[in-house]
Design a protein around this ligand. Structure first.
Ligand code: SF4
Ligand code: FES
Length: 247
């Protein structure tokens, strides 16, 4: 019961630190604890100055993403038992500026997310009195997996292209744009294309696929991006061959 596990946590307070540095803590080992439990123990019992984000503790809110031994993970979804034989190194998500300790600055992602308008765009809304906007199970299945995104940003931390070019719109925002483009109730595909099909949209992706490999919700942003490339190419050919033919 007295067994402990070592956590090396990256610390950085921009008000007092010149550089980020690691701090080591000995935390009680529990089979059922996840890394988020260990961080909470540190904050409650050892060092109240440690900063990290979390909310749900059940892989739903998307706020607890961190690098654990170099891999992007949800802190609430990574069990200590999987790291039992060594030190657990916890760092903020790669490719984002550090706000403080494990908290990253998310402004860039929020701007990109809003740039793709990830909500239903409808040219002519049906009057309420005409009833629901019905959708068949097949129509729902076209986009359902992309709707599972929790904006945890693990895919951005895993994406080498985003690491090289922070102008890249990136996996989750492009997958969410695709989610709405595929929705039978939506008519905003052309509007989103200005961002999605731009040089820093889908064409910046070199199809490494790391985004899909790390996603904790089974979303496949790499597939969304490749499907969008095909769709954008077809739209371009239609517009090229049939003036006025692009819908
Ligand atoms: S696509 Fe997956 S990894 Fe990326 S933000 Fe959404 S849930 Fe997280
Ligand atoms: S705390 Fe909500 S996803 Fe981990």
């Amino acid at each position: 019961m007295n067994e402990t596990i070592a956590l090396e946590v990256l610390r950085y307070n921009p008000d007092t630190d010149r550089e980020p540095h690691f701090q080591r803590y000995a935390v009680p080992y529990r089979d059922e604890w996840v890394v988020l439990d260990a961080l909470t123990h540190i904050k409650d019992q050892l060092d109240a100055t440690l900063c990290f984000r979390w909310s749900c503790h059940m892989a739903v809110c998307g706020s607890c993403g961190v690098m654990i031994n170099g891999e992007p993970k949800l802190g609430c979804h990574a069990f200590l038992r999987d790291y039992r034989n060594g030190v657990v190194r916890v760092e903020p998500l790669d490719h984002f500026p550090i706000e403080r300790d494990l908290v990253i600055v998310m402004d860039d992602f929020m701007a990109k997310l809003s740039s793709v308008e990830p909500y239903l765009l409808v040219d002519a809304a049906k009057p309420l009195g005409e009833g629901e906007h019905l959708q068949t199970p097949a129509e729902l299945n076209l986009f359902k997996q992309y709707a599972q995104c929790i904006n945890c940003l693990l895919c951005y931390a895993a994406c080498p292209q985003y690491g090289l070019n922070e102008g890249f719109v990136g996996p989750a925002a492009l997958a969410l744009a695709h989610r709405y483009n595929l929705d039978s109730r939506d008519t905003g595909k052309d509007r989103r294309a200005e961002v999605v099909a731009s040089n820093e949209g889908v064409w910046e992706c070199s199809f490494v696929g790391a985004c899909s490999a790390v996603c904790p919700k089974g979303v496949d942003p790499a597939a969304a991006i490749q499907q969008t490339k095909v769709s954008a190419s077809l739209d371009w050919f239609k517009a090229f061959l049939l003036p006025g033919g692009r819908k």
